[in-house]
Design a protein around this ligand. Structure first.
Ligand code: PGA
Length: 248
């Protein structure tokens, strides 16, 4: 069984005043029983890592470059993120695939760089509404999965998040049967790739997860947790989702 895992993705939201939400979260949940990660904007990583020192909450980034260092203005490398205190990095989020035309092979390069720097990548995959309507969901997500995981990958240090593009930030959550179908297929594909070690890879669902729908999502087979966007910005909401996962 994979360990339970909850990650929050602040996206391009939150500033230093928002650190109060983090203080509230860790005060209300001093000893979480699941893996807990928050991924703020890069400028907050170091301060948040400092703030959460001694608490189980870990800090993650939202992207990294595939190179270790060099002339890449505006980019951040995995070793720099690790040095700032990040332990995880979200890679291949659909917003980056759309905004920055990121391809599976570029994401695979980032994933290799992240693991080499000691970070645990949270790899995001998911279909658009058009792809779902055309019956391509399983083909799309399994192709993204195999294309975004490099040849040399440590399966003990990867997390996969299924995030249907049409469910992200829309308030429209995938139905339990839809989530189950995709997560079963992903587990199978990971098993094909990594053998028995696939069962230990946390499979997260993401897309409009909130305190009201979290328990039903966590009850789905092969769902080990969630990647939460909007609802991770408020300690009360994120804490309620954490409680739902701990109780699942
Ligand atoms: P959402 O975002 O929870 O706001 O839908 C999820 C994500 O993009 O990771």
């Amino acid at each position: 069984m994979a360990r339970k895992f909850l990650a929050g993705n602040w996206k391009m939201n939150g500033n230093r005043a928002a650190l109060d939400e983090v203080r509230r979260l860790i005060a209300a949940h001093p000893e979480p029983t699941v893996d807990l990660v928050l991924c703020p904007p890069a400028t907050l990583i170091a301060e948040m890592a400092e703030l959460t020192r001694g608490h189980a909450l870990q800090i993650g980034a939202q992207d990294c470059h595939s190179a270790e260092k060099g002339a890449h203005t505006g980019d951040i490398s995995a070793p720099i993120l690790a040095d700032a205190g990040a332990r995880h990095v979200i890679l291949g989020h659909s917003e980056r695939r759309a905004d920055h035309n990121e391809t599976d092979s570029q994401i695979a390069g980032k994933l290799a760089a992240a693991q080499a720097a000691g970070l645990t990548p949270i790899l995001c995959i998911g279909e658009t509404l058009q792809q779902r309507d055309q019956g391509q969901t399983l083909d799309v997500v399994t192709a993204q999965l195999s294309g975004s995981i490099p040849k040399i990958t440590d399966p003990e240090r990867i997390v996969v998040a299924y995030e249907p593009v049409w469910a992200i930030g829309t308030g429209r959550v995938a139905a339990p049967e839809q989530i189950a179908e995709v997560h079963d297929a992903l587990r199978e594909a990971l098993h094909h790739r990594f053998g028995h070690r696939a069962k230990d890879i946390p499979l997260l669902y993401g897309g409009s997860v909130n305190p009201g729908n979290a328990a039903a999502i966590f009850a789905v087979d092969n769902v080990d947790g969630a990647l939460v966007g909007g609802a991770s910005l408020k300690a009360g909401d994120f804490g309620a989702i954490l409680e739902a996962l701990q109780a699942a």
